[in-house]
Design a protein. Structure first.
Length: 154
């Protein structure tokens, strides 16, 4: 379920987009907490949901296949602050933090039951898919994203 939320949290505000993840037993390691490699997947799933929400159900697949526009990641970094378990839904708050000439940057913060579990920084570059060469942010996407960046900064 994707939603905007105004839940109080020191790590997010009302302008953040929140994507809810149902963590399952299959996501866990023998220590009964989420396997570390799943956490970036959760964050990328939330970013994908952010794209779909803001581009009228146009996610990465549609961008690549229908518009020949890709956004591969050029940077990912994460800090883990608490274990994630299947006990509660994982709320991944996506905040737009930067927009360059050909790049876009997100912060994703994962919370479970009011506890921050991780935060990460993710940077993508826009490319022409069939040539895999860098391109400027498409103008129609820039027109959608720039106001969101301003909203996140205020």
């Amino acid at each position: 379920m994707d939603m905007r939320t105004d839940k109080a949290s020191s790590t997010r505000d009302a302008s953040d987009f929140v994507h809810e993840i149902r963590v399952t037993w299959g996501d866990c390691d023998p220590a009964t907490i989420v396997y570390s490699a799943r956490v970036p997947w959760f964050a990328l799933d939330a970013i994908h949901a952010w794209w779909e929400h803001h581009l009228d159900n146009c996610g990465w697949y549609h961008l690549a296949m229908d518009r020949n526009t890709g956004t591969p990641f050029v940077h990912m970094s994460m800090d883990f602050t608490a274990p994630i378990t299947p006990r509660h839904r994982l709320e991944c708050a996506v905040r737009l933090t930067g927009l360059g000439d050909s790049s876009i940057e997100f912060q994703v913060t994962g919370n479970q039951d009011g506890v921050q579990c991780f935060t990460g920084r993710f940077v993508c570059v826009f490319v022409v898919v069939d040539k895999f060469i860098k391109q400027k942010v498409p103008q129609d996407i820039r027109q959608i994203v720039e106001p969101l960046l301003q909203e996140a900064r205020t």
